[in-house]
Write a protein that binds this ligand. Structure first.
Ligand code: ADP
Ligand code: MG
Length: 465
């Protein structure tokens, strides 16, 4: 199938071609016609498979056929769990819609609210928002929902993990009853199905990959090592392998800061990105990493979902995540759109239980390889046979919005063991509203072209896959 078979206007097709896409990805093939038909859609596909264009392209098409947004009104609302993701989705909307007479704006917390209010005054066709800031704007009457035709929840599973359920429900209850609902997620977890019950009507359900599967293009390795050696080992790996761009995940914000300092001390250019950093610092760190000015980006799980760093070759888990599903999302930052990727996990003996949980979720053992000179004194116990995967029952989602910050999932981080608390996955929350509102710059803007950097890219979804 070609994009031209998808009933999209020539202006959208031109923007897609300029981006260098040759064929729609499998999720796009199925989602685009369903959205264009006005149906509610629930779509699950592993990360990096092109979900953004799967909803953005048909939304642009549908909106370009209708009336403009009135003052303070919006016609399509796209909710994302993190600010970075909102910015990224907003960029896609701007890129794909650059030839269309539609406007879009991005709003999220941590930056000044006034410029966002100003932008909304004229009304925008597509608003991309994180839930917390959107609620603030709504409560201050800066945004009106009565003209909303389409609602998208992007990375819906992440949104639930981050404790946004209450805000999402409030927003949904303020929307017109008659509307199209699109729910995009990496997985159809039981919690997602629970949320969907109150949201979508007779949805078309699209699932392209098995739940929690990792991209086949990512080569995964575990390097057993002692905890105290990890920073040294990472420096060694970066230098030895001449890694030029590596995303490193740590469990805590403190750990991310400390590791960044250790790397800098060894003359390796590094920056940290996590929920305690100002939005300005987060944006700058990511931009510098993408441009290559910074070699190592050290992140907490805030960066694990949705972020799309073009051609990122290497991900390192400095610590294993407490929630095994996060492993899948972390390593999904590499090997995107069919490119090769490498994911290395530095695992100390105290983390063996976390490793077991991960191998259970992905249903395969991860190859172990000791690095010469870094053989652990405390050996990692050998891996045990993996039990067949059983889906969990839906949990009652607990409202812990803004009580916790990212990276604090573990109530027992000293041991690295998974806390037994029932609601672990829902205790992480809203860095969206939490931080400083002083630094920011306007983020709302008119749709405008972004550079078409992907010219000449090979078709990653061709028959060879
Ligand atoms: P997801 O939301 O599923 O994690 P994204 O929408 O972020 O994935 O897309 C992942 C990458 O694939 C992006 O760099 C995007 O530009 C690229 N991409 C999307 N659709 C196509 C396509 N049809 N052909 C080639 N590349 C694509
Ligand atoms: Mg996405």
């Amino acid at each position: 199938m070609d994009f031209s078979d998808l009933a999209l206007s020539s202006k959208i097709l031109a923007a897609v071609a300029e981006k260098g896409y040759i064929k729609p990805s499998p999720i796009q093939e199925q989602a685009i016609p369903a959205v264009l038909a006005g149906k509610d859609v629930m779509a699950a596909a592993q990360t990096g498979t092109g979900k953004t264009a799967g909803f953005t392209l048909p939304i642009l098409e549908l909106l370009s056929r209708g009336n403009k947004a009135k003052a303070n009104h919006i016609r399509a609302l796209i909710l994302t769990p993190t600010r970075e993701l909102a910015a990224q989705v907003g960029e896609s909307v701007a890129t794909y819609g650059k030839e269309l007479p539609l406007t879009s704006a991005i709003v999220f917390g941590g930056v000044k609210i006034n410029p966002q209010m100003m932008k909304l005054r004229q009304g925008v066709d597509i608003l991309i928002a994180t839930p917390g800031r959107l609620m603030d704007l709504y409560q201050q009457n800066a945004v009106k929902f009565s003209q909303v035709e389409i609602l998208v929840l992007d990375e819906a599973d992440r949104m639930l993990d981050m404790g946004f359920i209450r805000d999402i429900k409030k927003i949904i209850s303020a929307l017109p009853v008659q509307r199209q609902n699109l729910l995009f997620s990496a997985t159809f977890s039981p919690d997602i199905r629970e949320l969907a019950k109150g949201l979508v009507k007779n949805p078309i359900e699209i699932s392209v990959n098995p739940e929690n599967s990792t991209a086949k293009t990512v080569k995964q390795t575990v390097i057993p090592c002692d905890k105290k050696q990890k920073a040294k080992l990472l420096c060694h790996l970066i230098k030895e392998n001449d890694w030029q761009q590596v995303l490193v995940f740590t469990r805590t914000k403190h750990g991310a800061n400390r590791l960044t300092r250790d790397l800098e001390a060894k003359s390796i250019n590094a920056a940290a990105i996590h929920g305690n950093k100002s939005q300005g610092a987060r944006t700058k760190a990511l931009a510098n990493f993408k441009s290559g000015a910074v070699k190592v980006l050290v992140a907490t799980d805030i960066a694990a979902r949705g972020l799309d760093i073009d051609q990122l070759p290497q991900v390192v888990n400095f610590d294993l995540p407490n929630v095994p599903e996060d492993y899948v999302h972390r390593i999904g930052r590499t090997g995107r759109a069919g490119a090769d990727g490498f994911a290395v996990s530095l695992v100390s003996a105290d983390e063996h239980k976390l490793l077991e949980d991960i191998e259970y979720v992905i249903q395969e053992p991860i190859e172990r390889k000791i690095t010469e000179g870094f053989a652990p004194v405390n050996e990692l116990p050998p891996s045990r046979p993996i039990k067949p995967f059983k889906a969990k029952k839906p949990k009652k989602v607990k409202h812990t919005h803004n009580e916790h910050k990212d990276g604090q999932r573990s109530s027992n981080s000293a041991t690295g063991h998974k806390p037994k608390s029932k609601n672990t996955r829902h205790q992480v929350s809203g860095q969206d509203k939490a931080s400083n509102k002083k630094t920011g710059k306007p983020v709302a803007r008119k749709v405008h072209p972004d550079k078409a950097k992907q010219q000449g890219k090979k078709d990653p979804y061709s028959a060879s896959r």
